[in-house]
Ligand binder design. Structure first.
Ligand code: ATP
Length: 130
């Protein structure tokens, strides 16, 4: 099956690169499924978006991406996230504690909302029912 080259980079560090059969992501314009030969585009990742990278062998990498952009060129797909974690690296109790703190009303409102969204995105990526 044809594959598309994927580069996943966060502001902190390069996270992953490799070949995928499809990349699924939600941008502010809607849900995207990118395969080899997709038309070039630039999109903004939707708040709380999960990015799913399906590898050639069938394994799926699930990434909690907290803001950023996705571009498709003839060279492949680049996901440039402000901050991102792989599902398997997510510390679920930490995200649950962060969610509880964000919802407890101790923090300033807007900050609490973004902290809540980060925690929810992490828990969703880790497959937790939230
Ligand atoms: P917390 O209050 O638990 O620190 P936070 O949302 O304020 O959560 P961030 O400032 O978004 O944390 O992230 C700080 C660093 O910690 C980043 O490198 C981020 O990837 C990592 N991180 C935050 N929460 C988790 C988690 N639950 N599991 C794994 N890594 C996390």
């Amino acid at each position: 099956m044809a594959t598309v080259h994927v580069e996943l980079v966060s502001v902190e560090r390069p996270l992953w690169s490799g070949e995928a059969t499809i990349v699924l992501a939600r941008t502010t314009e809607g849900e995207l499924g990118i395969m080899a030969g997709h038309t070039p585009l630039l999109g903004e990742l939707a708040p709380g978006a999960l990015v799913r990278i399906r590898e050639d062998g069938g394994e799926e990498l699930i990434v909690a991406a907290h803001g950023g952009f996705l571009s498709v060129t003839d060279k492949g797909v680049s996901v440039l996230a402000e901050l991102a974690e792989f599902a398997e690296d997510i510390d679920v109790p930490r995200a649950e504690a962060a969610l509880e703190r964000a919802r407890s009303g101790d923090e300033e409102d807007r900050q609490a909302k973004t902290a809540e969204l980060r925690a929810l995105t992490r828990l969703r990526a880790a497959g937790q029912p939230v």
